[in-house]
Write a protein of this length. Structure first.
Length: 226
């Protein structure tokens, strides 16, 4: 029994040492350059409005709310604007959904930027199941700078200051026109097959592949002061 207890204690101590060593060594990888020690934080959340179905379509207040939603979508949105219609909503929901789709089209959204789906609405005390119109809202947040500034005269290690690169990253986050661009690249437009064939034809013939020179691009130094 004593021998078994000694073996168990020894195994526990070795395991504790290994765990402690792993906890000490499991640190975040250092930044490759001093300017990479700060990063922009990208968050996303749904931006939605609830519209009650009307037999006549959209009211003026609802049309204004849809317009405001589209403006926010242009500023910080990505992906389609989703229109969620309650299943079994009747003719009022159908007419309102059609009006919403038409309003989004008139505001400049293409057919591929409007997504129509249905949802199972829960029982409501008012008996009104709304039409949900929304999109994914993205927001970029930069780091908070100047909170831990060290003395610049004490640089014994010859390392950059701990706030180095913070202001650049914060300004980058503030100047982003569309924060959704940080989530991934935008889809590319399809290639021009006719133009590609024209360039390859010139290449096979050994001809010049660049466009013709524009004569309006010619310039000469004025001789007035000569």
């Amino acid at each position: 029994m004593i021998r078994q207890l000694l073996v168990a204690c020894l195994a526990a101590s070795v395991s504790a040492c290994a765990t402690s060593h792993a906890a000490k060594t499991a640190k975040t990888e250092p930044a490759m350059t001093p300017t990479q020690q700060y990063a922009v934080t990208l968050t996303h959340s749904p931006d939605e409005i609830l519209l009650a179905p009307h037999a006549t379509g959209l009211s003026p207040a609802q049309a204004a709310a849809v317009g405001d939603l589209v403006e926010r979508w242009r500023d910080a949105g990505d992906g389609p604007v989703t229109v969620q219609t309650p299943a079994g909503g009747g003719s009022g929901a159908y007419r309102s959904t059609t009006e919403i789709q038409g309003a989004l089209t008139r505001l400049g959204l293409s057919e591929g930027q409007i997504k129509l789906v249905s949802y199972q609405a829960a029982a409501s005390a008012t008996g009104i199941t709304p039409i949900v119109v929304g999109f994914t809202h993205y927001e970029a947040t930069g780091p908070k700078c100047g909170r831990d500034v060290h003395d610049f005269t004490k640089t014994y290690t010859n390392q950059p200051n701990n706030n180095f690169g913070c202001a650049v990253t914060a300004n980058f986050a503030a100047m982003l026109a569309n924060p959704a661009d940080l989530a991934g690249p935008r889809p590319m437009d399809p290639g021009d097959a006719n133009r590609r064939e024209t360039i390859l034809g010139h290449y096979r013939k050994g001809e010049l592949m660049s466009s013709a020179k524009d004569p309006q691009a010619n310039g000469a130094v004025s001789s007035v002061l000569q």
